[in-house]
Design a protein around this ligand. Structure first.
Ligand code: C5P
Length: 224
């Protein structure tokens, strides 16, 4: 019984893809559908939790009942996440752009007639939102910080290192090689890390992953 196992708990969930402006009409983004993050927020809501759902570009609408905050860039998402604190838990499902154009022009970049050369885009690093929250001091850090790792190779090795580097408690790694159909699809295959020891989950629907994760979270907070 899902019941009200997370009643009174506040979770931040990030979801979807960020958009990094090049100029007022162009941006750099990714193929995130927002389906997994939305399903996780829904499963937390179904257990009575309060959810701050901070989301970028998505193919699906935000879950009803969440405090849904829509953002554009990674920096916007960073600001919204830190404003939503304090929280008992934070689940970072968003596909955040690692880099953004160093300068987003105020005017549309013009193509000069007869021009043969193309402009090049100088990029700078975006802040790592997950890491910034996982490494907060104990007084403000959510009790449970969960990250995702989308990998196309050396999944276990990279995911284990990522969990340590970012300082999150749990990490869900998924294989996003094109043949897996994870990006945009409805199925997901997860390797779950709550320690350095990988736990393989069966391939299941994104809804299934969300339910399994929410059950683990409820269990974690029951013990606390
Ligand atoms: O480093 P990488 O992008 O593979 O890390 C993935 C995890 O970190 C995901 O949980 C993602 O939501 C989060 N992330 C973030 N801010 C970034 C980059 C990634 O919160 N700038």
């Amino acid at each position: 019984d899902k019941g009200q196992s997370l009643k009174g708990k506040h979770f931040i969930v990030t979801s979807g893809g960020t958009r990094e402006p090049i100029d007022p009409v162009r941006f750099i983004s990714n193929a995130s559908s927002g389906k997994q993050g939305t399903a996780i927020a829904q499963s937390l809501l179904d257990r009575g939790a309060k959810v701050s759902f901070i989301y970028g570009a998505s193919d699906v609408p935000p879950p009803v009942g969440a405090n849904a905050i829509t953002i554009g860039s990674a920096q916007d998402m960073y600001d919204a996440v830190h404003q939503a604190l304090p929280a008992d838990g934070a689940i970072f499902c968003a596909a955040v752009a690692d880099w953004r154009p160093a300068q987003a022009g105020a005017e549309k970049i013009k193509k000069t007639p007869g021009e043969t050369a193309a402009p090049s885009i100088q990029m700078v690093l975006n802040p790592d939102i997950l890491k910034s929250v996982a490494q907060l001091d104990a007084a403000t850090r959510p009790q449970l910080v969960v990250g995702f790792a989308a990998e196309t190779e050396k999944l276990v090795e990279h995911a284990r290192a990522k969990r340590q580097r970012k300082g999150c408690d749990w990490l869900l790694a998924n294989d996003v090689s094109p043949e897996m159909g994870t990006f945009g699809g409805d199925q997901n295959k997860i390797i779950f890390f709550r320690s350095d020891e990988p736990q393989e989950w069966d391939k299941m629907s994104k809804k299934g992953v969300a339910e399994k994760l929410a059950d683990l979270i409820a269990k974690e907070f029951k013990g606390a």
